[in-house]
Design a protein around this ligand. Structure first.
Ligand SMILES: Nc1ncnc2c1ncn2[C@@H]1O[C@H](COP(=O)(O)OP(=O)(O)OP(=O)(O)O)[C@@H](O)[C@H]1O
Ligand SMILES: O=C(O)c1ccc[n+]([C@@H]2O[C@H](COP(=O)([O-])O)[C@@H](O)[C@H]2O)c1
Length: 224
């Protein structure tokens, strides 16, 4: 059977890690736009359990997972990969990349999506010099974070930056691709601040997530 070209779905495995404390439209829109741009079947949101690089999240792992499930309910192209959040060990991304490679083999492209703020700290991540042998890195622009790489990151870019999506769809790993998206100046920090000041975060995140926050009185909110 001949499959029409526009029905061919790229096989790359794409994931976006985060604390998601709570998940908001900045995460969701980024994941969706990247899924559509790459024309892959889905993008996996990968919540961290024990973040290795920041304070303990303001809500439990179970609550963060429940909010993600509510946020992506009904959207087939976004999925949750709970491997980190269901694991007791610290959520070092390199362990996840090793596990993905074991499952997927060495040929399928793996793309890790991170925002510009995350990218600017990448050289401090555990065993970061091994990342590009295991995955591509897609860096999503984020309002408020300008592209100012330090010397180490500049060096990494000189060696690995690519400019076309075909570069990450046809090779298994090794490319860094910077990508512009609909700019959404939304952060979980701002949402938590609004809530702790008794203000509504509505329209910065899905109503299903806002309902969950109120029902469970998360982040110092009072039930509405
Ligand atoms: N508005 C946004 N636009 C683009 N990328 C984003 C946006 N918000 C978060 N990201 C990216 O999503 C990933 C997960 O982010 P995270 O869960 O830390 O959310 P956050 O809003 O940055 O949270 P916090 O304010 O608590 O640090 C990171 O790579 C981050 O850069
Ligand atoms: O493995 C590391 O050393 C490491 C250091 C900093 C961040 N990360 C991962 O980067 C992703 C985004 O982190 P954050 O703080 O924006 O939620 C999330 O999946 C973290 O586990 C991973």
């Amino acid at each position: 059977m001949v499959i029409p070209v526009n029905k061919l779905i790229n096989k790359a495995h794409v994931f976006m890690g985060g604390t998601f404390d709570p998940i908001h439209y900045g995460h969701l829109r980024t994941a969706l736009e990247i899924q559509q741009w790459l024309d892959v079947e889905s993008v996996y949101l990968m919540p961290a359990n024990v973040p290795v690089h920041r304070e303990t999240p303001g809500s439990t792992s179970a609550a963060r997972l429940a909010m993600i499930e509510r946020a992506i309910s009904g959207e087939n192209t976004l999925r949750c990969d709970p491997r980190e959040i269901l694991s007791d060990r610290p959520s070092f991304t390199i362990y996840t990349l090793e596990a993905l490679r074991k499952e997927l083999g060495s040929e399928i492209p793996v793309c890790m999506v991170i925002g510009m703020d995350s990218f600017l700290t990448l050289d401090q991540w555990y065993r970061f010099d091994e990342y590009l042998s295991k995955c591509h890195i897609i860096v999503a622009a984020r309002p408020g974070y300008h592209f100012k790489p330090n010397q180490k990151l500049q060096q990494l870019l000189t060696e690995h930056q690519v400019s076309e999506k075909s570069d990450v769809l046809t090779q298994a790993a090794g490319g860094i691709l910077l990508h512009e998206l609909t700019p959404l100046s939304i952060s979980a920090t701002h949402i938590r601040e609004l809530l702790s000041n008794g203000l509504s975060p509505r329209y910065l995140l899905p109503d299903s997530v806002w309902d969950y926050i109120q029902q469970n009185k998360l982040y110092g909110s009072n039930e509405g």
